[in-house]
Design a protein. Structure first.
Length: 328
């Protein structure tokens, strides 16, 4: 029997089946339909020490679990988890960095090509029989040739996208709050300055208050009429009304979007934009990569309960150690 097998680990809502299976084998699996404090029974409150989730985890939910020590988030982006509150309550939060970086960067390039060269629309033309009945698909106004690419969020995935863009022979620049040491690409101190210097903006910035609606009308106007905007980061970083307007009135040329503010709901105004390529948040969604993410989420739990430290803690809880849980 694994030494961790008697430790109750909660899974609120849906989670990758491989993660659920491993938690069931290596811990005592406790399931809840949602991360709702009202669903926490005295039995769960009194026993649960670990959790793995891919849903919103509020401060109230953390407080409803007074014995909780660790939240293993399924995903590198953890804006859905109140990590600041977790840190102040002495609860560790982990995420799944690196194992999805290359997959998500591949998807970003796919979106960029879809948006610029209209590949989904060209395929639709063929499937509708229009190639045979009407002739060739119209030449695309967009091209990658001559483009200058700006990356909003030059972190792990941003760097992987930049490497791919370099292979296309295009110059790269970026905006982060701070210039990245050892990175030679041009850094712009503000997003609007970056947008003004490029015609292709790829956002891979995290969600949260510091990036809320960062891509707004001003940024899109700075990008200009040849502008292409790709978002593989989080929908909350974009003013979606302003984006739909900019696509409709020609302020920018096209967009490729994998993420939306209120998933899985996509605003009608964006659905109506024929110059936008829209994907249902599939950045990391291959069997291979999702399994590696599931393993890393569970490995964090195992490492915490056997070694007393996680593998990939998030910054807000980096100093949390076993026994740090504060009661409120
Ligand atoms: P990362 O290595 O932490 O990179 C994030 C970058 O964003 C950092 O370089 C950071 O630099 C910058 N940043 C953070 N806040 C900022 C702000 N307010 N203004 C400007 N720049 C800011 O994370 P990653 O592994 O590359 O992942 C990035 C994000 O991609 C995730 O958080 C997630 O939201 C998204 N993602 C999406 C998918 C998908 O399926 N579509 C899959 C995986 C990840 P500074 O701190 O110096 O500003
Ligand atoms: C996942 C993601 O689809 O890692 C992230 O931040 O957005 C994606 O890889 C998501 O986290 C699953 O909920």
């Amino acid at each position: 029997m694994a030494p961790t097998q008697k430790i109750p680990v909660l899974v609120p809502g849906r989670l990758h089946p491989h993660a659920v299976e491993r938690i069931g084998k290596e811990f005592e699996l406790v399931a809840l339909p949602a991360a709702d404090p009202k669903l926490v029974t005295p039995q769960i409150a009194g026993t649960v020490r670990g959790m793995s989730s891919m849903t919103t985890v509020s401060a109230a939910f953390i407080d409803a679990l007074p014995n909780l020590e660790i939240i293993a988030n399924f995903g590198v982006g953890y804006d859905a988890v109140d990590a600041r509150h977790a840190g102040s309550a002495g609860v560790m939060v982990t995420n799944t960095p690196d194992v999805l970086t290359e997959e998500v960067a591949d998807t970003a390039i796919g979106l960029l090509l879809n948006a610029v060269r209209e590949l989904p629309k060209a395929e639709g033309w063929l499937r509708a029989g229009r190639w045979a009945s009407e002739g060739n698909y119209p030449l695309t106004r967009g091209t990658l040739r001559g483009r200058r690419v700006g990356i909003f969020g030059m972190g792990r995935i941003g760097l992987a996208i930049a490497r791919r863009i370099e292979a296309f022979g295009l110059p790269v620049s970026y905006h982060n709050r701070r210039a990245v040491e050892g990175v030679a690409y041009a850094w712009y101190p503000t997003l609007v300055e970056l947008a003004g210097a490029v015609d292709t903006l790829i956002s891979v910035a995290p969600g949260g208050p510091s990036t809320e609606k960062a891509v707004d009308r001003t940024v899109l106007e700075a990008l200009g009429p040849k502008g292409v905007f790709v978002n593989i980061g989080r929908g909350s970083t974009v003013d979606e009304d302003a984006l739909a307007q900019a696509l409709a009135d020609g302020t920018i040329l096209a967009a490729g979007l994998d993420v939306f503010r209120n998933e899985p709901n996509v605003p009608d105004a964006l659905l109506e934009c024929t110059n936008a390529s829209l994907l249902p948040h599939v950045g990391s969604a291959s069997v291979h990569t999702r399994k590696t993410m599931a393993d890393l989420a569970v490995d964090n739990l195992v490492s915490w309960f056997t070694e007393g430290r996680p593998l990939t803690p998030v910054a807000e809880t980096a100093s949390v150690v076993p026994g740090a849980r504060k009661q409120r």
